[in-house]
Design a protein around this ligand. Sequence first.
Ligand code: LLP
Length: 414
Amino acid sequence: MHYFNLRDNRLFAEEVEVEKIVEKYGTPIYIYSSRTLKRHFHAFDSAFYSIPHITCFSVKCNSNLHVLKTLKEEGAGSDIVSGGELFKALKAGIDPKKIVFSGVGKQDHEIREALYADILMFNVESMQELEKINQIAISLNKKARISFRINPDVDPKTHPYISTGLKQNKFGIDINDAIYAYRTAKELKGIEPVGIDCHIGSQLTEISPFLEALDKLKYLYTELKELGINIQYLDLGGGLGITYKEEEPPHPKEFGEALSKSLAGYPLTLILEPGRVIAGNAGILVTKVIYTKNTSEKNFLIVDAGMNDLIRPSFYGSYHRIAEVKPSGRPIKKYDVVGPICESGDFLAKDRELPEVFAGEILCIFSTGAYGFVMSSQYNSRPRAAEVMVQGDEFFLIRQRETYRDLVYLEENV
Ligand code: LLP
């Protein structure tokens, strides 16, 4: 459930008419609903009420400081994958004791920064990384809390680009090598193994792959216990899917109940790293039609948001619902909705049925709060879009629209 609804035939974000925001800040523009972010966070977090847990919002899906602050106020921690994300999470005021650090390529300076910040734990993805963290921790006279990211070889049944827990993926360590990894870690002076971690993929629409992975991690937990290695945290990553079109992912409540039941009786704190399920449907991208163009093959709507603003359709063939902000009731036509970028792959939708649309009209692209703005670029020297937060009947800019100055300022006087 989100707060982008039609009222008197006008699209509203909470209590604000979307066209009002466009009048003030132009297009293309990302608009987030603060009420939706909070609602999604609580729906997720409260689903685990019966077991000790920490909900660490996955910063990679939306790292706007104001989004992070909104979630922090509700009690969120964060899942980070870079020094930059650590910087932003700390700047947003997120408690370091609720920060977990994943990623296959952590660099020395990033490890150092995380040790200084005293984050909850590193999710270690290789033995070389373990050794590196150990050396750096010793040199700083610290002990790094770690978990190993286990690759459980579970099929998440999602898009291959966002599957991460299969044997052929680059992530984590093979579950068959886990015992050796923990034994090694236990002997290292700069390391304290405290957790077991996995993340099997994104946009999962079934619970069973999560439960399958959890069973494997529980088994490992018991084996480690017998070896005298006392694990306190079990991190199951992110990955719960959302509805873009007709997907019917489990409700967080159902997800929480299933995991809580599976973990009942284990003296573990569950860590979750949800991203998309919190932010995905809490944001929209609003764009203006620049031209319409009809060829013998196609009707094109050429809009002012391109693949540089929202890359998901081009990159994954993802579906995003598109609608007018003021429904016209005109007859339906089939359109390719495309951006201004000089690439045939620059499209937001193909063969999409929409009421006839004219140049100058405004369209809304739904479910773009996660992996939308964060994956944007300046390709074709296009300044990035602005971002706005809506809160009840108020709205405010949370990232200025980039200007031509932003296209050159790092290149001048170098
Ligand atoms: N934890 C780890 C270690 C991850 O790698 C990810 C996502 C998450 C948590 C959050 O997953 P979520 O709850 O959002 O599914 N750009 C792609 C998605 C890439 C996901 C990468 N990892 C997309 O636009 O669909």
